[in-house]
Design a protein around this ligand. Structure first.
Ligand code: GUN
Length: 284
């Protein structure tokens, strides 16, 4: 069994972005990212802080808008409209989840698709389905990068994605399909989920339930990707995969933490760089 080391691969991606950003500076272009966070969700605050840190590390300009939970939809919308018009802001990201009184769909659809570095806008989602895209959603893109970096063959392989969210499960299935896997999407209403999971050469767990994928659900030699970020019964960080018992069964596995997690922000940096290039007429 080999670990897919997200920290290492993520550092390599960031280094590549940093070098390209330095080269862009010579053309007078500095990628700019605006991050909006509404309310005081502690997990979101950590994510946003890490996104800002990553921007500084690779040499981007960044702005953080920390808005109170009392923010109205109109206020949020007008901020997005303003950022859409700014020449120095190439990427706009609104951290989810939003407080319950705000409509995330409305915000996402208001972001200029050219600045939608999360790739959540319906235009970008549609372009991913066609296979003609500029941005990929960060988590699935990070997973594909991890798979590629290990030299894992995807062509003709059976992939099972457990979970069907718009952010991870659905786009993940599409990217695996683009890379010539035969893909099945399983979810909470799938009968015999264990049996389905066990057919996978590449198994992606994105369910949000601690240690949900157990050893009996994994084909020997499978590649196991764990998107989960949960707390176990002792409050310890754990994934959707029962790592201790699954690891001995598979060929490759991502640890939690240190697997998929570190990749996501690096892919956000990559998307922001791409956005800056495209908006300045430079081919990515
Ligand atoms: N909340 C959890 N993951 C994400 C993400 O990738 N982007 C945004 N904007 N919010 C999130």
């Amino acid at each position: 069994m080999q670990l897919l080391n997200g920290k290492e691969v993520s550092a390599a991606v960031r280094e590549r972005v940093r070098r390209e950003t330095a080269a862009l500076a010579e053309k007078g272009v500095k990628p700019g990212l605006a991050v909006i966070i509404v309310g005081d969700d502690p997990a979101s605050q950590v994510y946003v802080r890490n996104k800002e840190k990553a921007c500084a590390e690779v040499g981007f300009y960044s702005e953080k808008y920390a808005l109170p939970s009392s923010t109205t939809q109109q206020q949020l919308n007008s901020l997005v409209r303003e950022l859409n018009e700014r020449r120095d802001i190439n990427g706009i990201l609104c951290q989810l989840p939003l407080p319950a009184h705000l409509n995330d769909k409305e915000v996402i659809e208001l972001i200029d698709p050219a600045k939608d570095v999360d790739a959540f806008h319906p235009v970008n989602v549609g372009r991913i389905m066609i296979g003609d895209y500029d941005f990929l959603p960060c988590t699935p893109a990070g997973i594909m990068e991890l798979i590629k970096s290990a030299g894992i063959e995807t062509r003709g392989k059976k992939a099972v994605v457990v979970g069907r969210s718009n952010i991870v499960g659905k786009p993940m299935a599409m990217l695996l399909l683009h890379s010539d896997c035969t893909v099945e999407i399983a979810h909470s209403k799938t009968p015999n989920l264990a049996e389905t999971a066990k057919t996978a050469d590449i198994l992606v767990a994105a369910v949000g339930k601690p240690k949900f994928i157990t050893a009996d659900m994994v084909k020997p030699g499978a590649v196991v990707i764990d998107v989960g970020m949960n707390r176990d019964e002792n409050g310890k960080l754990c994934g959707d995969v029962d790592f201790e018992n699954v690891a001995p069964v598979c060929s490759y596995i991502t640890p939690v933490p240190g697997g998929v997690g570190p990749m996501t922000i690096s892919m956000l940096m990559q998307n922001t760089l791409t956005a800056a290039k495209l908006q300045n007429g430079i081919r990515p």
